[in-house]
Design a protein around this ligand. Structure first.
Ligand SMILES: *Cc1c(COP(=O)(O)O)cnc(C)c1O
Length: 413
């Protein structure tokens, strides 16, 4: 048997049925029509934000990095909760506008922004997180052609990274942002061209569960922002401190201590260097806000034995939940939390006939493994199997065209 990750603490059982926003998965599936199905919970999204607001300093803005989940109803709900949206493509800009997000609360990061994307962002009034001196030049030229002023923050490639993070996005040679010594000259160029310099975007990494590592990175980030601002000689209006708050996906992982992070940030904010006294700070989070608020529901299509191992073949797979199959930025494949929809208990469902099974998707590749030798209650064809932690980088980050099974249905309850 191999262990699975912990169940997110937001799901309760009623008579063995897993309950989401007061409803059984069975009834939600019935209403949606079929599986595979992503169910996102409005209630959990709001709860996560409430918990975070309670822990963080009041003056801190919280932004949503929409690449984690760009399902329109989720965007609309997040728009009622957060202070800003961070996007990373012209397509995401369209989606955010369609969801009713005010472009003045959007910032647009990402390497390789095309001219048409820069133009669209400038026209809409979106803050561009400029990733290179040449991107700054293109932005300046486009703004001049349009007769408009671009709003530009500079993305810094910090010389430090976020220790222990799942994906490092700073430290050393990177395609993101500008090395520190390029920041001041580029800021000056933007200011001299008559465009609006808004501040810095400093993002060091993703998926950290260590408050200590995040606190250290944030402290470095404040220091770096002050040093760069002093070099430019002008106070930045806003500094995006990045994020990197992770969620537990795998065995032995525990939730990040957001209260410790909030307390450390309170301390820094109460004693800021003079150049940052009037600066607004924000963090940008994706998976922390939405990851645990979503589950992926599949149905068992076949049950078979091979070399004494039981395989449950479900109607979903890595084409919707690439990360759970271990093929999205993980080195060693480990099991996401997984359960049977009508035999659930938040402390682990126990029955005599529990068995060790492999839960596999329906794709014709051995990569399509969703549960590797996991202990589950006895199941039959037609039963629903649930993968947790499916609210972030599921539908938005999986190859849904692969093998032609089509997209999963998504619903917000
Ligand atoms: C992807 C990304 C995020 C969100 O990362 P999470 O791990 O989902 O919190 C935030 N900022 C930037 C710049 C990103 O590229």
């Amino acid at each position: 048997m191999k262990k699975m990750g912990p169940y997110p603490p937001y799901y309760k059982a009623n008579d063995g049925q897993i309950i989401i926003s007061g409803r059984s998965v069975e009834s939600i599936v019935k209403e949606a029509g079929s599986t595979p199905l992503f169910i996102y919970s409005r209630e959990i999204l709001s709860k996560k934000m409430d918990e975070l607001r309670d822990a963080m300093p009041e003056s801190l803005d919280i932004h949503y990095a929409m690449k984690a989940n760009s399902y329109k109803p989720v965007l609309e709900h997040m728009n009622t909760l957060v202070d800003g949206f961070d996007l990373a493509s012209g397509g995401e800009l369209d989606l955010a506008i369609e969801a009713g997000v005010d472009p003045h609360n959007m910032s647009f990061a990402g390497p390789g922004k095309r001219d048409a994307e820069l133009e669209k962002a400038i026209k809409a009034g979106v803050t561009l997180n400029v990733e290179s001196p040449t991107e700054a030049d293109r932005m300046i030229a486009i703004a001049a052609r349009l007769g408009m002023k671009a709003k530009a923050a500079l993305r810094v490639n910090p010389s430090f990274d976020l220790k222990g993070s799942g994906m490092k996005m700073g430290g050393g040679a990177k395609q993101f942002g500008m090395d520190e010594e390029l920041i001041a000259p580029t800021a000056k160029k933007i200011i001299e061209s008559g465009n609006i310099w808004c501040g810095f975007h400093i993002y060091a990494g993703s998926q950290s569960l260590s408050a200590e590592a995040i606190i250290e990175t944030q402290s470095n980030t404040f220091e770096l922002a002050a040093r760069l601002a002093n070099e430019i000689g002008i106070a930045p209006e806003k500094v995006n401190l990045g994020g990197g708050f992770g969620i537990p996906y795998f065995p032995k992982e525990t939730p990040i201590d957001i209260n410790a992070i909030g307390a450390a940030m309170d301390e820094i904010l109460s004693d800021l260097p003079s150049i940052l006294q009037n600066t607004k700070f924000c963090i940008e989070l994706g998976r922390y806000l939405v990851g645990e608020a979503g589950i992926y529901v599949t149905t068992i299509v076949d049950r078979k034995i091979s070399h004494e191992e039981t395989f449950l073949v479900v109607d979903g797979g890595l084409h919707h939940q690439l990360a759970a199959s271990g093929n999205f930025g993980t080195v060693i494949r480990r099991n996401y939390p997984i359960a049977v929809a009508h035999k659930f208990d938040e402390n682990g469902y126990k029955e005599e006939k529990s068995e060790i099974v492999n839960v596999v998707g329906c794709l014709c590749t051995p990569l399509d493994m969703l549960g590797d030798k996991v202990l589950l209650p006895e199941t039959y064809v037609g039963d629903a199997i649930i993968l947790f932690c499916a609210g972030a980088y599921g539908a938005s980050a999986s190859p849904s065209n692969f093998l032609g099974h089509g997209q999963a249905i998504e619903t917000l309850i």
